[in-house]
Design a protein around this ligand. Sequence first.
Ligand code: SAM
Length: 329
Amino acid sequence: MDINKINILSYIDYKNLYSRETLKEYKSLFQAFSKNENFCKHGNLEKWKNILHLLPESNANHIDFSGSHIVLGDKASLGEQDKKKLQDLLLNLSPWRKGPFNICDIKVDSEWRSDYKWERIKGFIPNIAGMRVADLGCSNGYYGYKLLGLNPELVVGMDKTALFIFQFLATKHFAKQIQKLLILPCSVEEFDSKNMDFNLILSMGVLYHVKNIPCHIDAVKKLIKKNGYLVLETIISSSEKNINIEQGTTYAGMKNIGTIFSKANLIGLLNASGFKNIELVNESFTSTNEQRTTRWMQGKSFKDFTLPNGRTIEGFPPVCRVIFVAQKK
Ligand SMILES: C[S@@+](CC[C@H](N)C(=O)[O-])C[C@H]1O[C@@H](n2cnc3c(N)ncnc32)[C@H](O)[C@@H]1O
């Protein structure tokens, strides 16, 4: 097969990443793979498709989402040569921002210890057994795998960064039995709520990247069923005022930052946008234990963007993240 000649959806089918039944049942959702222009026209698409194509075949059927690592396949799933090949191919999909994963005994030590955030949110996630969940800005699907442990009907992740979708597909290669987790190449705003709505939406680490807040909140709200839940995790301003980051400037080294809300303003926004029972359930400061440079993300990280006194290199107060749980009216 000439991998360059087929589209990624046909590839997913050809490699049995999902069963025929799943591909048929969620056909309208999977169409994001063939319809999303930003994804389909990405300059690295062929390179990444090739990496997927070269992944060694394994008899992996061991999966475990209970620990810090998402474990897909065990030591015995691959021989030593194939393990080495797998490691090199996965490294070629760097930077791995979210994780950690353990794929056939290869430990993907991502920039973020995403398990720390999972520990902070897991006690506040409403009962989702048999329910539909969406993870907006899901990156490579780390939390999607975690959510499967809570026995939902379906988890749909959406992310607009093509590389992270390929990272997910690389992990899914070793988890072919999983049918309840779809990670789609689209932004929240592009997802058509006519296709599906959800009992629970996770939006973590997304709000401060948004340029058009009313449009974004509206898109999020449309995806939630009446009385459904939103778990919103974001960076917060420690003063009473929002921090507005001007275009071309950074916040803790990050580009593409819009508004960092104060707690009161965020509660006001949620209230005015049709949410009720808004509860702040966690507040924590980011640390260099949670976000750091590793072999799998060799660029600068949190340590390089903060001063010894905890303030950001731009002089903003220490980076504080909050978790809100709210219900759609
Ligand atoms: C800071 S990361 C957070 C990842 C993960 N949710 C977490 O909490 O660790 C933000 C992610 O959201 C994605 N993203 C940003 N805006 C988005 C949007 N409007 N729709 C979908 N994904 C978005 C980015 O591509 C990126 O992967």
